[in-house]
Write a protein that binds this ligand. Structure first.
Ligand SMILES: Cc1cc2nc3c(=O)[nH]c(=O)nc-3n(C[C@H](O)[C@H](O)[C@H](O)COP(=O)(O)O)c2cc1C
Length: 345
């Protein structure tokens, strides 16, 4: 069996993916509570860490209830990557350091960061070796399938990463030029699983717990990394664990429970972020995700997207629940009227 380089209870660990602006400390803690086995920070610039840029260093903060946690770094300068790794190891001591070779954003790839590195596999290996030399912690990495269609070769890239010393590899099977279009090619995850002797995490297009189980079955991946599928539904981890262990999955929470989780998340975000207005504005996206699909959600979202204080959210939810009851009774009357019409026709 391929072994993970840190202690884990789960045989098939479920990871919360690194996500800029989303996988911040409050959300990571929440997902850990809802069954994520491992979490990873959003990608942080090695330059920013090495220069101790306050905005970057601030994002390195995490609580002990987030462990096991990985800190994800990016950069194409092997020396800077090594220095950042040493600082993160000494000062923050996460369970592992993850290198980002997947970010497709222009600002990052222009300097060969993120998936920009995938155009030069020699550079990928230099970066990995330097990072490995700079820490006693396990080093892992996250890749895409290649820079573009012509350079698409996930197995070759993954082999080079393993050869340079990474201990776990995540594949998001799209190319950089695809960004987020098209489907993630799970067959490529299966090919990389077969080719490597380290654990491989599958990532891409898991929207439901059933998708995660299908990915595991189709690819044999050692663990599963969920990104967008966790938006507004952190309970996806517990539900996936249920299915992986052969139990019926626990039901989706009802509206009131959903609101309770959203409010708890909001409180955590508020405590974490000293700028309360900034916290509320940043949090609007989560609110939108929590209410997605609810009856009348367009109007609810509009109101939530206008909040400038998280204190307002509770009132909006309460009002919705009150109106919701009114709506439900209106619906019942409407059904009754329909029945009357049918019987009198
Ligand atoms: C808002 C957002 C931010 C992301 N930020 C990062 C990041 O910082 N580091 C990284 O490796 N991938 C990042 N990703 C990519 C995800 O980790 C993941 O690979 C991708 O979304 C595919 O998985 P999914 O289909 O489960 O969403 C980000 C994705 C999203 C949607």
């Amino acid at each position: 069996m391929k072994r993970f380089p840190f202690a884990l209870d789960a045989e098939v660990p479920l990871y919360l993916a690194p996500m800029a602006g989303v996988s911040e400390s409050p959300f990571r803690r929440l997902c850990r509570r809802f069954g994520a086995d491992v979490v990873v920070t959003e990608f942080l610039s090695a330059e920013g860490i090495r220069r101790e840029n306050p905005g970057t260093v601030d994002k390195l903060r995490f609580d002990s209830d987030e462990r096991p946690i990985g800190v994800q770094i990016f950069g194409a300068d092997a020396v800077a990557m090594g220095e950042a790794t040493a600082l993160v190891t000494d000062v923050f001591g996460p369970e592992f350091i993850d290198i980002n070779f997947g970010c497709p954003v222009k600002k990052v790839v222009r300097r060969n960061g993120g998936s920009g590195c995938l155009r030069d596999l020699g550079l990928v290996q230099d970066v990995i070796r330097r990072v490995v030399q700079s820490t006693h912690l396990p080093v892992t990495c996250k890749i895409r399938s290649g820079w573009n269609d012509e350079m698409r070769d996930p197995v070759a890239i993954a082999r080079r990463c393993e050869d340079a010393g990474v201990r776990v590899l995540t594949l998001h099977p799209r190319t950089r030029t695809q960004m987020y279009t098209g489907s993630a090619r799970w067959d490529e995850i299966a090919a990389v699983v077969d080719a490597l002797s380290i654990p491989v995490l599958g990532n891409g297009d898991i929207k439901t717990p059933e998708d995660a189980v299908r990915m595991r079955r189709q690819t044999g991946c050692a663990g599963i990394m969920i990104a967008r599928g966790s938006f507004g539904q952190p309970w996806i981890f517990d539900q996936t664990r249920d299915l992986l262990e052969g139990r019926p999955k626990r039901p989706d929470p009802g509206i009131e429970e959903r609101f309770r989780v959203a409010l708890e998340h909001a409180r955590m975000a508020e405590e974490y972020e000293p700028d309360r207005r900034g916290a509320a504005i940043e949090f609007r996206k989560h609110l939108g995700w929590y209410v997605r699909g609810l009856p009348g959600s367009a109007d609810l979202r509009k109101r939530l997207h206008a909040v400038s204080s998280l204190g307002h959210v509770e009132g909006i939810f309460e009002e919705y629940l009150r109106d919701g009851h009114r709506l439900a009774s209106l619906e019942a009357t409407a059904v009754g009227e329909e029945v009357l019409e049918v019987t009198s026709a």
